[in-house]
Design a protein around this ligand. Structure first.
Ligand SMILES: *Cc1c(COP(=O)(O)O)cnc(C)c1O
Length: 259
């Protein structure tokens, strides 16, 4: 990859090394390392995914106190259940149930160390010889990495820029087959920043139901929605199609040190 970038404050032409940059962050790190220091004030870094780098985004003292109290109580210096402790799973189920017609129980909740580990677990569980998974393009590259690690075939469907990054549902129907295990959506979208409307989610659910596949809805940015489209979580359509919601406290709650 080669970019001509003098006017961006870089030292002329940049040769990016694809071998050492299998992720967006890999490319980004190479670009940042080449920023011309004298010109750096004119470069706005929009590629920073970690809110804790910005002084205006602070982890809430409630989260810090809860961790300190748990540590000092000496009640948790032992192995925890793999799925997470019951009070935490119950609190998450109660929180999610606020906007759900069919209620979740704590047993529907599985705690991981960040959303990235949730992606790992989901891909791990779904992988079997010959299976494939439908991923958005552009998307979040960790899905591709986990699929490659688990020998799960990736099939990409496009997000359509001219339609506000809607899912190309015709493409989804074309690339899916009897070995497709799931369709991944990212809502609100990373990297496009779009928010799927309820109507769009409904169409995604209908398509997945027709194909007999699970929808994995990555909502790491839940409620961080700008613009006029109201954020609706995919799980409200859980009676149409099975939905696996992946969530995180890293972004919205600024506890990115949880992984
Ligand atoms: C940040 C992010 C993740 C990873 O979340 P962590 O909780 O930090 O592990 C997963 N998916 C998307 C779309 C993200 O932007």
């Amino acid at each position: 990859m080669e970019i001509e970038a003098k006017r961006w404050g870089f030292r002329g032409k940049i040769e990016l090394n694809a071998a050492s940059a299998s992720t967006v962050r890999g490319y980004l790190n190479q670009i940042i390392a080449r920023i011309n220091k004298d010109n750096s004030s004119s470069v706005i870094r929009l590629g920073h995914g970690d809110p804790s780098h910005f002084p205006s985004f602070k982890t809430t003292p409630a989260a810090e106190d809860a961790i300190v109290d748990a540590l000092r109580s000496a009640k948790h210096n032992c192995y925890a259940p793999s799925a997470g402790v019951l009070p935490a799973r119950r609190a998450i189920a109660d929180y999610l149930n606020r906007d759900l017609p069919c209620k979740l129980s704590p047993d529907d909740v599985y705690l991981t160390s960040g959303c990235n580990q949730a992606i790992e677990v989901a891909i791990n569980v779904l992988s079997r010889p010959g299976a494939n998974i439908l991923l958005p393009r552009p998307g979040f590259p960790y899905y591709e990495s986990c699929s490659a690690y688990n020998h799960l075939e990736v099939r990409h469907y496009d997000l359509l820029p001219e339609k506000g990054w809607e899912v190309d549902l015709d493409a989804v129907e074309t690339i899916a087959d009897e070995n497709t295990v799931a369709l991944v959506i990212i809502n609100p979208g990373n990297p496009c920043g779009n928010v799927f409307s309820y109507e769009q989610l409904h169409k995604v659910a209908e398509t997945a139901r027709k194909l007999g596949i699970l929808v994995i809805s990555d909502e790491a940015y839940d409620n961080l929605a700008f613009g006029s489209t109201r954020y609706v979580p995919m799980r409200v359509l859980g009676s149409t199609v099975p939905v696996l919601t992946l969530g995180s406290i890293s972004k919205r709650w600024i506890v990115s040190g949880c992984n």
